[in-house]
Design a protein around this ligand. Sequence first.
Ligand code: AMP
Ligand code: ZN
Length: 466
Amino acid sequence: MRIYNTLNKKIEEFVPYNKNEVTLYTCGPTVYHYAHIGNLRTYIFEDILEKGLEYIGYNVKRCMNITDVGHMSSDADSGEDKMIKGAKREHKTVYEIADFYTKAFFNDADKLNIRRPKIIKKASEQIDMYIQMIEKLLKEDYAYIANGNVYFDISKAQDYYKLSGKNPDELIIGAREDVELDKYKRNPFDFGLWFTVSKYENQDMRWDSPWGVGYPGWHIECSGISIKYLGEHLDIHCGGVDNIFPHHTNEIAQSEAYLGHKWCNYWLHGEHLNDATGKMSKSKGEFLTVSLLENKGYNALAYRFFCLQSHYRNQLVFSYDALDIASNAYNKLLNKIKNIKDNLFGDIDKDIVFKYQNKFKEAIENDLNTSLMLTCLYDILKENVNNNTKLEIIKSFDTVLSLDLLEDKVNEISADLVKYIEEKIEERKIAKQNKDYEKADKIRKELEDKNIIIKDTREGTIYEVK
Ligand code: AMP
Ligand code: ZN
């Protein structure tokens, strides 16, 4: 397999540390709010990576953390603690917030057929590991105590900027004015490993440590959990591009200082999903969640399909128009497959199955090219071969694509969709009563774009989902 490695900034042949087992660590959600569909794009990419690696023959041991403590809103050590922000917003404890949004995250992930990693660990439950690491880092002089907190000294790291390729001088000039500089740090980019003295006096989550009662920094959590559960040599570490600096940069610095050798060989990063205004946000503009898409009548898997049409290393711009197009294409695809299922005949042609599986593997091995994977799927639909063979191949592809290609969901209407259609019909009725025919037509068109056909009868408006 050839994959783009952020560490070396090029496409490389993937060679795991152990021949048949790949260790994969993926940064998990910060559970202070719902995940937006941008966050979920990254988890879709990681899900396809895990399943793609399995498809080409590897056993994958994957671990993901749940960040329930220590993540500041700036990704560095300044700004407000995200969990505390969530707790204040909802007048709940940090534990209640973490519990609620962890469940919400997995609920969304389930809707998108994102498989749960085999190993999932809450950051707040691995304190001993962080303490053990920090003790060693202090002993070996990679870390220092200042004003009661423990910091990592980045000047001690080997080639600290190797992952990001950043230039420290530019970083200092570019540092945002609103980011408070901690006067106790030796270097502005030194980062907190353990906080005891902080402005967050009301932090609910705190533990005893050799340096006093406090809590870990966000970065040490991923290093600690990864090393504890996946070992000293990690094959692949993933996240979104925003994680490259400072999060993953800091993970490398402290892990390699702790281990005394190179830690992770391949760093894969998913590009962002943006909206028309730029970066997707949980606080500004429309907060795009999976439930919001469902409430607007979309199938969550149409969003997965939308993501798979583009390469994970390309930015993707979200718009409802673009989602409509993907949703239509997805429904058409399901219809075609349903037609195959309804007309099964012929013996499975093993040579054709083998040929297509190889083509599909090539797409995976080509830096996880999901749009090429979809092309393989469309090719088999057009292939001059019997339907049992087609179905066998589609079934095989769907172990990676996870688009529920074989389930008869085409005509299955969810409660959310029924609610959406009924609201639209009511809205159209009112528009017509107000003689606003333009609006009424617009609503009809909006429904048609989603394959919902409405018909006015004497008994009222009826609809059909195609
Ligand atoms: P967080 O819950 O903020 O820790 O983020 C969870 C994951 O979503 C991380 O891997 C981020 O890199 C990723 N992420 C954040 N924003 C976006 C976005 N707009 N598009 C894709 N991935 C994102
Ligand atoms: Zn992480």
